[in-house]
Ligand binder design. Structure first.
Ligand SMILES: Cc1cc2nc3c(=O)[nH]c(=O)nc-3n(C[C@H](O)[C@H](O)[C@H](O)COP(=O)(O)O)c2cc1C
Length: 223
């Protein structure tokens, strides 16, 4: 049972958290020989699924590519960036193609089952989201869904850093080519952003460079 008390202490020191966030960097070159073990990958996948999303609607699909030939083809479609080919697991974060009333009903029904919601609560829950789903133009919902995908990306990047796994957020890729190669429209989704996961190559010196972040005085506004 989750209680406020059981979660009121830090489970990780601030020092360790910042150490890992400084350790991570957008990995340019992965070691193709090093694979993430199943247990570690399973944790990262769970962290990805635990991402927050607006209304909890999870308008995404996560396509996980480990097939070497497909990864190679995707690398070419990522303007020949090497990360998709050389990483251990390539996570293609996709947005749901259709966000209609049927999708909403599926989510409401699943929530009702998980939380044992009575019918009146179920109807109220659906009503809270129906205006958005039925009243928003499809193109706007596509943009909204893509924003949710970036939140999932953030969860995955942070989780990977905390597990000592390297990653690179990537939007430098041909989305139409990815959709075609992975048959994404048939799976009801479209690619948004990539997250190759694995271990840095000893030849990748980007990780040794100092972090470039504007000072807090420029980016934090205190009121
Ligand atoms: C949404 C997004 C897309 C990115 N696309 C690419 C990419 O296609 N290729 C790449 O090498 N790095 C890419 N990056 C990495 C950024 O260049 C990098 O995160 C930034 O320079 C900060 O450096 P750091 O992540 O190493 O701290 C992307 C980052 C983000 C957040």
């Amino acid at each position: 049972m989750k209680t406020a008390e059981s979660h009121s202490h830090a489970v990780l020191s601030g020092e360790d958290l910042l150490k890992q966030l400084n350790w991570r960097y957008a990995t340019k070159k992965f070691d193709p020989a090093r694979k993430i073990d199943d247990a570690t990958y399973a944790v990262l996948e769970s962290a990805l699924r635990l991402s927050a999303s607006s209304y909890g609607l999870q308008p995404w699909k996560f396509v996980v590519v480990t097939d070497p030939a497909v990864k190679k083809e995707l690398s070419v479609a990522a303007y020949s960036q090497p990360q998709p080919a050389d990483c251990s697991h390539l996570v293609v974060i996709c947005r749901q193609a259709v966000l209609d009333e049927a999708y909403l009903d599926h989510y409401v029904q699943y929530t009702a089952e998980q939380r044992s919601l009575p019918e009146d609560k179920k109807a109220a829950f659906k009503g809270m989201m129906a205006g958005f789903i039925n009243g928003t133009p499809a193109a706007d919902k596509d943009v909204w869904a893509a924003k949710q995908c970036y939140i999932a990306l953030g969860f995955l990047l942070s989780a990977a850093a905390l597990q000592g796994v390297d990653a690179c957020p990537m939007e430098g890729f041909d989305k139409a080519a990815f959709d075609r190669i992975l048959h994404l429209p048939d799976k009801g989704c479209h690619s948004v952003v990539l997250c190759p996961l694995g271990y840095r190559s000893g030849e990748d010196h980007y990780g040794d460079l100092p972090k470039v972040r504007f000072p807090a005085s420029e980016t934090i506004i205190r009121i």
